[in-house]
Design a protein around this ligand. Structure first.
Ligand code: ME8
Length: 516
């Protein structure tokens, strides 16, 4: 049985969900739906990262206790994903008791093994990133991400012997070229590993921070937030079902943006080695959504809220935009104009229009009843089918590389072909000649096969739209899977079309409005 385990980062609860979080969560949901439909057993995990300085500070600024604050924001993330139709299997919070127990068990195990030791450390600490920086990593003395000067902190702490695993990690990355993808991020991790790896400070004294998981071997310290949070990927599996770790863990596919490449590309695999667990199957790294050339982030305050996007454009249109616009691995620019252009051109004018024309003609000419196909098909009918078969194959290859934009592009190229087929066969002209009525019936049958194929292939990307399309075709999920020409039984009647995507117009005021 094929299986896959898909994870998003656990988002910090120091602010509300924005477009960046939504992107990673939407691609995880799309992959999960894609593999599930392909017959894989899947597990999809998301959740929230709730300990550490950052959260303690945010709670203080809000005049609340960290736990109450984390409860509120974690619920906000969960309800946002629920309202966006994200079909996760489990939502983990790092404040969940089972996770805390798991972290303490692993810490104890690594401590006993001798891979955690006590020592003194001084370094440049960025509160935004929750980590120490080496002088070389700073840009003009500032954290490159938060553009703030880090604070110099010196204290006694516990350290994880990460350096011990430097060579094994290099070998693991070299022996599995697709462990970290795309290639540029693998190269980045390997470049980092060319320098000697320092041990990782994994504790914070309670005199400075109480909001964390207590070290099981020293109550004067809490666990560094990354050492706690990364373990979620295993603790969640163990919590859900004892057998899941063995079953799903070797097929773990982590999805992250490049901001957290180092913790996932270096800390996490060395932690797994120390804990005696196999490495994840893949780490997939995407770029940033940027606005006016700055990374969208809570700290910079230039955020786009997913529920506002849903209210304005509809969740499927927004999903389509995210998946189609960003080339996985590279940065992409966000602007409302770009969203509107995509929706109008690709969805309203192309896909929506095609579906509505095919169903409208079926109703106008045959009262909605699907007409039989003759035994021998015209050349253009065979070409149309082959074009979609090839597109579906292409889509599969692109999905394996997480190239969502290319997968969708392949479908739209086939749709362009289908539009040309309509122009070429011209059923609306042929229908005027009674002797050609059975040919019109065949052409429309092929157009409905296009709609049926589109429904199947687009379901992981735009699940609500696929349900609407399936309802218009009046077929069940099983019939969606049938080969071309066998999707509709004799005498099957389809429903009349309903508009799928309203066009969006931007009047001179610059405000967005809808029209159907
Ligand atoms: O880093 N473009 O949480 P976080 C694309 N808690 N993706 C973006 C983005 C942007 N502008 N901004 C955020 C953390 N993201 C840790 C993770 S995992 C064990 C702990 C997405 O709330 C992207 O997935 O800062 C990025 O990696 C993640 O949000 C960072 O979320």
């Amino acid at each position: 049985m094929d299986r896959i385990y898909i994870t998003t980062p656990l988002y910090y609860v120091n602010a509300e969900p924005h477009l960046g979080h939504t992107y990673t969560t939407v691609i995880a949901d799309t992959l999960n739906r894609y593999y599930r439909a392909a017959g894989h057993q899947t597990f999809f995990l998301t959740g929230t990262d709730e300990h550490g300085d950052k959260i303690a500070q945010a709670a203080k600024e809000n005049g609340t206790e960290p736990k109450a604050y984390a409860d509120r924001i974690s619920n906000l993330f969960r309800s946002t994903w629920d309202q966006c139709g994200i079909a996760y299997d489990h939502f983990i919070r790092t404040t969940d008791t089972y996770h805390i127990d798991f972290v303490q068990t692993v810490l104890q195990q690594i401590y006993r093994k001798g891979d955690i030791y006590f020592g003194k450390y001084g370094g440049f600490y960025c509160y935004g990133c929750e980590r120490f920086y080496t002088e070389k990593e700073l840009l003009d003395g500032k954290c490159p991400d938060h553009q703030k000067e880090p604070e110099y902190i010196s204290e006694t702490n516990y350290f994880f012997r990460m350096s011990k695993y430097q060579q094994p990690l290099i070998e693991a990355i070299q022996s599995k070229p697709d462990l970290i993808r795309p290639e540029r991020y693998r190269a980045e991790v390997l470049a980092f590993l060319r320098e000697p790896l320092e041990d990782l400070c994994i504790s914070r004294p309670i005199s400075r921070l109480q909001w964390g998981i207590p070290l099981p071997f020293d109550a004067q310290y809490v666990t560094y937030v990354w050492f706690d949070a990364l373990l979620n990927y295993v603790s969640a599996l163990e919590h859900r079902a004892g057998a899941s770790v063995a079953f799903f863990w070797p097929k773990a596919n982590h999805l992250i943006a490049k901001d957290i490449l180092k913790p996932h590309g270096i800390y996490w695999p060395t932690m797994l080695m120390a804990a005696g667990l196999p490495l994840y199957d893949h780490l997939h790294v995407h770029g940033y959504w940027v606005m006016d050339s700055a990374k969208m982030s809570k700290t910079l305050g230039n955020v786009i809220r997913p529920l506002e996007m849903k209210a304005r454009f509809g969740i499927d249109s927004f999903r389509y935009f995210l998946l189609r616009e960003m080339a996985f691995g590279q940065d992409a620019k966000f602007s409302e104009e770009a969203v509107v252009t995509r929706i109008n051109a690709d969805l309203a004018n192309n896909l929506g229009n095609f579906v509505s024309r095919a169903l409208a003609m079926q109703h106008k000419y045959f009262d909605g009843v699907v007409q039989p196909l003759s035994a021998s098909w015209a050349k253009e009918d065979v070409e149309l089918r082959d074009r979609f078969t090839a597109a579906e194959h292409d889509l599969k290859l692109q999905m394996e590389e997480l190239q969502f934009h290319r997968a969708l592009e392949a479908v739209w190229l086939a749709l362009d072909h289908a539009n040309r087929y309509v122009v070429q066969t011209a059923p609306f002209t042929m229908i005027k000649d009674e002797s050609k009525k059975s040919r019109v019936g065949e052409v429309l049958h092929h157009l409905l096969e296009v709609v049926r194929t589109l429904t199947r292939v687009l379901a992981p990307f735009m699940p609500d739209t696929a349900i609407k399309m399936r309802n218009m075709l009046a077929i069940d999920d099983d019939s969606l899977k049938s080969p071309w020409g066998q999707g509709f039984s004799a005498g099957h009647k389809v429903n009349p079309p309903k508009a799928l995507f309203p066009r969006v117009i931007i009047p001179e005021t610059g405000r967005l409005e809808f029209t159907s």
